[in-house]
Each structure stands twice: as structure tokens, then as C-alpha cells.
Design a protein around this ligand. Structure first.
Ligand SMILES: *Cc1c(COP(=O)(O)O)cnc(C)c1O
Length: 240
């Protein structure tokens, strides 16, 4: 199947899921598809944009710099992978939304870098709901305090939550994780923290995006579902 066929299938699955799910309070009504482009060639990425993709998710600042140089379209750029403090300045220059804030220290670095360029950087807090040790993200009980601290920063805007569910072939195993993140999202909304702009619940990938949407996701991060199996290394992105 072509990239545009794949995307059409996903769009129709999302429509079906949204139309048939049980509605919870504060549940966002529309769902944005983030095309995850790790290891994808510029040709494939351009094909996805032609097929209607308007937002791209990159895992690494370094790789994003290379992708960036090939794409001149005005689309949204999201950072979904772990961010090291020494890459913050570049990240702030490139990304509309950073999904992976997992410490006050990182948020402070972003605040400083964003202040220097006069930008208010939208961020999500990455949550490690399942408590897996191998995962990035803050434990559930630290999310609200961190969100409150971020909301006091002048150049960072707290825009919501992100999680990566444990990898499993059965998407149902991710449901409790998604539900927990949605509950936290609702709880945060109800706190009415000054300066917060809570609008994104980033959860769900190729294998489990429909379950994530049933549980309230409005930002699904899809790689293989759009591009097919991921190349092991990125091809064709070397500088000419
Ligand atoms: C790779 C990646 C995805 C997309 O994974 P697929 O299973 O290919 O859809 C989503 N989110 C993050 C954080 C990723 O690293």
C-alpha cells in the first residue's frame, strides 16, 4: 500500500473510532495525526505531506535538523523523543511543540532558551504511567507539581500530557495506561492553573491509536502505520 492509502485507512479508522466511542467529560473532539518520521527518507516524508499530513514528529534534534533542511512546506514540527539539555537551544528554534519535558531542570533550560529568542515554547509533560524503569517520563504523582512550576515560567507554556504505553501486540493492554493519563489530564484541567493552556493529550501509536482515541487522545503519533516498516537507518538524508 502507498503512503496515501495508508493515511486514508488511518483517517477513516479515526473517524469511525471518534463516532463510536463513549464520550467522557473534557474529552477533545478532534484528533490530530502526527506523522512520526524517524529513519524515513525525505522522499517518503514529502509523500506523506502531499497526502495531507500537516504535522511531523521527530525523535531526535539531530535527525530533525537533517529532515528540516529538505522540507520547505509550512507544517508543524513536534519533538517526541527525549531531549538533552545541550540540545535545548536547537530544539526551541525548531519545534512548535515539545512532547518530552520530564524535569524542572529541562523546563528551566527551555525557558531560558525561549526567552532569548522571544518565543513562548509549548510543551507537554511526558508521564511514565506504567512505572517501567526503562522509560522516560515523570511518575504520575510528580506531574501536577511539575505542571504548576512550569506554569510559573514566562517563556514555557504547559499544553498537556504525553505518554508512551508499554509495547505489546495486544493494544488492550495499553487501555488502563491511556485511561490513567486521561484522568490526570481531566484533573489538571479542573485545577485551572493560571497560565496553563491544557489542550493536548498525546497518546497512541500505530498499534494502539484506536484504543488511545477511545480513551480521549487527541494527538496520535503514527510512524509505521503511515510509512510501513521502519528502515533501520535513515537513507538519502545526507547533505548533498
Ligand atoms: C517511534 C515512535 C512513535 C511511532 O511508532 P509507530 O509504532 O511506528 O507508530 C510514536 N511515539 C514515539 C515516542 C516514538 O518514538
Amino acid at each position: 500500500m502507498s503512503i496515501s492509502d495508508n493515511l486514508a485507512t488511518i483517517v477513516s479508522n479515526i473517524k469511525f473510532t471518534v463516532a463510536n466511542r463513549k464520550f467522557f467529560p473534557n474529552m477533545p473532539e478532534t484528533v490530530k495525526i502526527l506523522a512520526v518520521t524517524k529513519n524515513q527518507s525525505p522522499v517518503a516524508i514529502l509523500e506523506a505531506i502531499d497526502a495531507g499530513i500537516t504535522a511531523i514528529g521527530e525523535n531526535r534534534v539531530q535527525e530533525a535538523t537533517s529532515t528540516f533542511s529538505h522540507i520547505t512546506h509550512s507544517i508543524e514540527w513536534h519533538l517526541i523523543g527525549h531531549l538533552q539539555t545541550n540540545k535545548v537551544r536547537q530544539a526551541v528554534n525548531m519545534f512548535d511543540l515539545i512532547h518530552s519535558v520530564d524535569s524542572e531542570k529541562l523546563a528551566l533550560e527551555i525557558n531560558r532558551a525561549a526567552g532569548k529568542v522571544g518565543k513562548r515554547q509549548c510543551v507537554l509533560v511526558e508521564v511514565n504511567i506504567s512505572g517501567e524503569e526503562t522509560k522516560f517520563g515523570v511518575p504520575r504523582q510528580q506531574v501536577i507539581p511539575l505542571a504548576k512550576v512550569i506554569c510559573q515560567m514566562d517563556f514555557v507554556q504547559f499544553c498537556g500530557l504525553m505518554t508512551v504505553a508499554p509495547l505489546n501486540t495486544d493494544p488492550e493492554t495499553a487501555r488502563p495506561v491511556f485511561r490513567e493519563l486521561y484522568n490526570l489530564y481531566s484533573e489538571l484541567q479542573a485545577l485551572h492553573i493560571p497560565n496553563a493552556n491544557i489542550q493536548w493529550l498525546s497518546m497512541g501509536m500505530t498499534n494502539d491509536y484506536q484504543v488511545a482515541i477511545e480513551e480521549g487522545s487527541n494527538l496520535v503519533r503514527i510512524g509505521t502505520g503511515i510509512f510501513g516498516p521502519r528502515p533501520q537507518i535513515k537513507k538519502g538524508a545526507e547533505p548533498a
